[in-house]
Design a protein around this ligand. Sequence first.
Ligand SMILES: C[S@@+](CC[C@H](N)C(=O)[O-])C[C@H]1O[C@@H](n2cnc3c(N)ncnc32)[C@H](O)[C@@H]1O
Length: 280
Amino acid sequence: MNTTTRTTHTGLPEDWFLRPAVARINTFLTGGSDHYKADRQLASRLLRSAPWLKDMVTINQRHRPHAVTVLARELGITQFLDLGCGLPSRWNRALERHEPALTYEAAVGVHAASRVVYVDNDPMVFALTRFLLGETATAALRADIRQIDELLNHYEIHSTLDPSHPIAVLAHDLLPWVDDEAAAAAMTALREWLPSGSAISITHASTDMEPQAMDSLVDHYAEAGITYRPRQLKQIRSLLGSWTPLPPGLVPTAQWRSGSIRCLPSAEHSHAYAAVITCP
Ligand SMILES: C[S@@+](CC[C@H](N)C(=O)[O-])C[C@H]1O[C@@H](n2cnc3c(N)ncnc32)[C@H](O)[C@@H]1O
């Protein structure tokens, strides 16, 4: 039997656009345009099991610029590594930036000299992110957190980020897409690699609020060949390790210092926890 994966002239597997992808489903759920039939079909099944899913994704996306602003203002961080960055959010003509703001847009809003490396294992995310860059202070990398050592040794990271200064890692809605071993290994490697004064901002889907609906989402994704592993609070806490969380700790995403975010969907629709941990 020939087990070689056939690829198209784009270099993508032949069935690439026939299989749903997490990044495109997220875009569909938040009203973006970069999605295909397979994404919409799976999204409809997900929404039937979890009608609050659009709110969950919206809360998570809007947390990004909020967390970046806190990291930049409060910890003075100017370097960001956005892991599992996802497809860019929609362009807002009036604001002249994406909405919610991309990591770089939020970071330069505080420190003009900020630098960002965007990382995702999805080739479409990589291509679109690289196309949008246009800034020497940003870089895009196609890499997988399941090969975290290889990822952290990549040229794009070393040529963009200065390891003698603090770096903030964003791992927003990323770890639920890998198994327990890979999630723990990635967090351990990041804590070892990051210089003093650094931080990790995490958001993580949880089974705590509506276990049955979450189980259905896990099943729908599994039928599409996608690993989804929302976790309980104690499992997420153990991924954080011994670093110190900034107040208010590990809480539902919409409750993480959300006072300044306007018109956020109801906090009970977070279905995820958020925390920022800092290097002691
Ligand atoms: C749910 S989206 C989250 C996007 C963005 N971080 C956010 O919070 O809105 C998850 C992203 O992680 C990416 N991803 C999933 N597994 C990954 C892996 N093993 N390595 C790198 N990226 C991964 C997906 O392609 C997708 O873009």
